[in-house]
Structures are given as C-alpha cells and as structure tokens.
Design a protein around this ligand. Structure first.
Ligand SMILES: [Zn+2]
Length: 452
C-alpha cells in the first residue's frame, strides 16, 4: 500500500479522473492530515508517516520511515550503577492538578548520558518554555501537567549529528534511537516510537510525548496516530532555539486536529469536492458560502487575525495549491514562527479541554453531602486568553450572590434544613477566543451534589 497522503496529490491535468480517495475519507472521520497511518508492506516490515518540519526555503512534507530504528543494547548500561539509578526516573516540570483533570505531556531526552541528566532537564525546561510561549499554549499551560522522564544513553549526542553524509552512521548508541538524516533529510530527526512509548508510560496518564534530542542543530519531526497509547510524538533538537517551533506545530495536529496550511505541490489540486475534516481547511472557496451555510470558521470571517489581515478564505493548503482553502494568508500551520490564526486557536483550546477540566473539587460529584459540608473548588490557572466564570445553583436556580466563589456549603448557599435538594456548580471558560457553542460546552464543567 502506498502512502495514503500522497494520493491527495492529484495533478491538475488529471482532475477529470479524480475521485474521492480513502485518504480523504480518513480526513473526514476526524483523523485529518498530520495523522500517521501505520502501514504494513507486503514484506511485513511496517513503516510510519512522519512530518518533516519546514525550514527556510523548503516546505514541510511527509515521509514513510522505520518506526523502530536501532536503540542502544539495553545491556549496555548494565553494571553502570549511576545509570541504573536515574534511568526511567520521572520528575515533574509542571504539576498543575490531578492527571485525571489535566492534559499530561511527557518530555524525554535522547543522547544524554547518566552524567548529563541535569543538562537534559535544563534543556527540557527551556524548550517547553519556548514551545508554550505562543498563544493559546501560553494561556492554557495551567491545563497541563508536564513530566520529565529521564532516559539514559550510553553515548552523548544523537546519531548522524554533524555528519553531512547521510549514508554514514556515527554509531551513537542511545536510549531512544534518535538520528538526523532520517530518510535522507538532514533536518528530519526520527526516533524509535516503541522506546519513546516505553519511557512515556512511566509518567501518569501520558497523552503527548516530546523527545528532546541532544544537539544544537535544527531539526525535529512529528509522529501522529499510530503511536499506540499516545496522541502524538514530536521530536526536536535540544539546543537550537527554532526547534521548539516544530513542537508547537506538531502538537497542533494532535490536539487541535488541524491540517497543514502549506502545499508541497504547486501544480496540484485536491482530487475531490467533498468537504474535508480538519477545522482549518475547506473545499468551499467562498466567504459567502461559508457564512450562508454556517460552515467551518464562519463565525470568524472578517475578524482581525493575530497573524495579520482578516479571516477569510485563501487558496492552498493540505499539501495542494488548488481546490482547498485556509482561513488566513499565514499561520503557524503554514510557516513556523507565525502565530495560530483565530480558527486554529479555537481548535487548540478545544483540544486542551478534551483532556482537561477548568475546575476540580474536594468533594466528588454525585455524592450525597450534609448541609454544613464545605465544598472547595480548585480552578485551573488560565492566562490572558482564559476567563473562568463560576456559578452556583440550588435546585436549578442560580444563587447570584455566590458568583465567582470557590468555596461554599449548602447551608451558606441557602439550602433549607428540610427536604431533598441539589447543589450544582458550573465553571465555564468565557474566553473570547472561542465562538462555537459546542467548543464552549467542552470548555466547561458542572458538578452537582445531593444534600441530605
Ligand atoms: Zn504539519
């Protein structure tokens, strides 16, 4: 089976023969581009799709690669007391709440020896800080727990670093098998996904993994879908400042279900007029159509966008130059270093709240409680974009004087001493970065209790 992604690329001259492809159908069931479709060739050797990060003068793209390149021999560390002590050790980088109510991100390092684990943790902190320095990551860091999982490598640095000959392996033996020149591309850092998963699983409820590869050369990759147990894996180099942007972009595929807004084929068009799945691309190249039929980002049309200009329809995206439209001229889904556009930002917030809750409570919802029981809420900490609103209800009626309170008892809310009553609290993120009622609902939580 050939790469499904490449079937999206239909030369314009062949358009008359173009039909809906399986890849497009896949996009419509929510997988979307940016997803990785594991394949098994006739020979039985599976490959996995990775996104090549764009760089100046060269767009990104996709390659089928080996999902399990060689890692170090596990026995190589045996007898090294220091390695045995620190390998697999989990440390929090940011713990903001219970994992049940948080998006849990794992950062692991490759090409760091036992003696370099301080270095790994410093690199992990620096890259994560930079990766989340743009909105909406910045405002919503409080919805994430970030764990550092130490992976001890026998050698320092990763394979094929500083090597301009892609055929020449440097024989670095590392825990996660990371290497430059993956599939002949210098900046493409591939990794052993099984090894990544093994380390990631040591952290509580890991949902996303970021691999920091010990190097100062620009590079990285995105693995999405098919990495069992993880929504996505992004790789990036540890000491190149721009590498963090690869992570910001790749995580957007996994969390926001966003499509790429660039194209790799200037003479290609989408081979179908059926609507596509991702929230930031459409086959309808008309503002009027989107508005009249309430499709895609119609709520944002005409709004001033953080990337400059206003939200409209711009042709080109999802790897082809024609037959597909994106919301803005530029965005992080087209060029690294650019901001998210408004529809992309909203989709990301939706993604954060798929894994995280705006509020947690000291008393479990659904329980029967006494009138004097003190309920304490813990609101997620949200930055400039977020706006959490707290409202309390007794038997379905709002107790207006209790608005905004994060602590209350049924008695204080006015629950009478007789009869059966219910207390409910609802926390909604009223951020102006969300306009869809469905996403607003996802960005909220209600908890209720029976009062005995
Ligand atoms: Zn991408």
């Amino acid at each position: 089976m050939r790469s499904s992604r490449r079937r999206l690329l239909v030369p314009v001259a062949l358009l008359s023969a173009a039909l809906l492809t399986p890849a497009l159908a896949a996009a419509e069931d929510g997988r979307g581009p940016g997803s990785v479709v594991p394949e098994t060739s006739a020979g039985g050797a599976g490959t996995i799709e990775v996104e090549v990060p764009p760089e100046e003068g060269a767009p990104g793209g996709y390659r089928d690669v080996d999902p399990t390149p060689a890692t170090q021999d596990p026995d190589a560390l045996r007898g090294d007391a220091r390695a045995g002590r620190v390998d697999g050790k989990v440390r929090p980088l940011a713990k903001t709440g219970t994992s049940r109510d948080r998006l849990d991100v794992v950062i692991t390092g490759d090409g760091y020896t036992a003696a370099q684990q301080d270095d790994f943790r410093a690199d992990a902190r620096a890259r994560w800080k930079q990766l989340t320095s743009i909105e909406p990551y910045k405002s919503y860091r409080g919805l994430m727990n970030v764990w550092m999982v130490q992976a001890v490598s026998r050698d320092s640095g990763i394979d094929r670093d500083r090597d301009t000959n892609p055929g020449n392996v440097n024989d670095k033996r590392t825990a996660l098998g990371a290497y430059f020149w993956c599939d002949g591309l210098e900046r493409l850092i591939c990794v052993n996904v099984n090894a990544v998963r093994r380390y990631a699983k040591k952290a509580p409820q890991a949902e996303l993994a970021v691999v920091v590869a010990n190097s100062d050369r620009y590079g990285g990759a995105g693995y999405f879908q098919g990495v069992r147990g993880l929504t996505g894996v992004a790789t990036l180099s540890s000491d190149h400042a721009s590498s963090s942007e690869i992570g910001s972009h790749e995580i957007a595929h996994a969390l926001g279900k966003l499509a790429d807004e660039y194209w790799t084929c200037g003479s290609c068009a989408l081979g179908s007029t059926r609507e596509v799945g991702p929230p930031n691309v459409t086959v309808h190249g008309s503002v009027t159509y989107l508005r009249d039929h309430r499709r895609k980002w119609y709520r944002w049309l005409g709004a001033a966008d953080p990337s400059g200009g206003t939200v409209g329809v711009h042709q080109g995206g999802m790897y082809v130059a024609r037959g597909i439209w994106r919301p803005t001229e530029s965005s992080i889904m087209r060029y690294l270093g650019e901001p998210f556009n408004l529809p992309g930002r909203e989709a990301m917030i939706n993604g954060f709240y798929r894994y995280a809750q705006p509020v947690s409570s000291n008393v479990k919802g659904g329980k029967a409680i006494g009138r004097k029981k003190r309920i304490k809420l813990r609101l997620a900490s949200v930055g400039a974009l977020g706006r959490l609103q707290v409202r309390w209800y007794v038997d379905g009626r709002e107790v207006r004087k209790a608005r905004g309170r994060t602590s209350a008892s049924p008695a204080a809310l006015g629950v009478p001493g007789r009869g059966r009553h219910t207390v409910r609290v609802k926390v909604v993120d009223r951020t102006t970065a969300v306009r869809s009622p469905k996403i607003r609902k996802n960005a909220s939580r209600s908890i209720s209790w029976r009062v005995r």
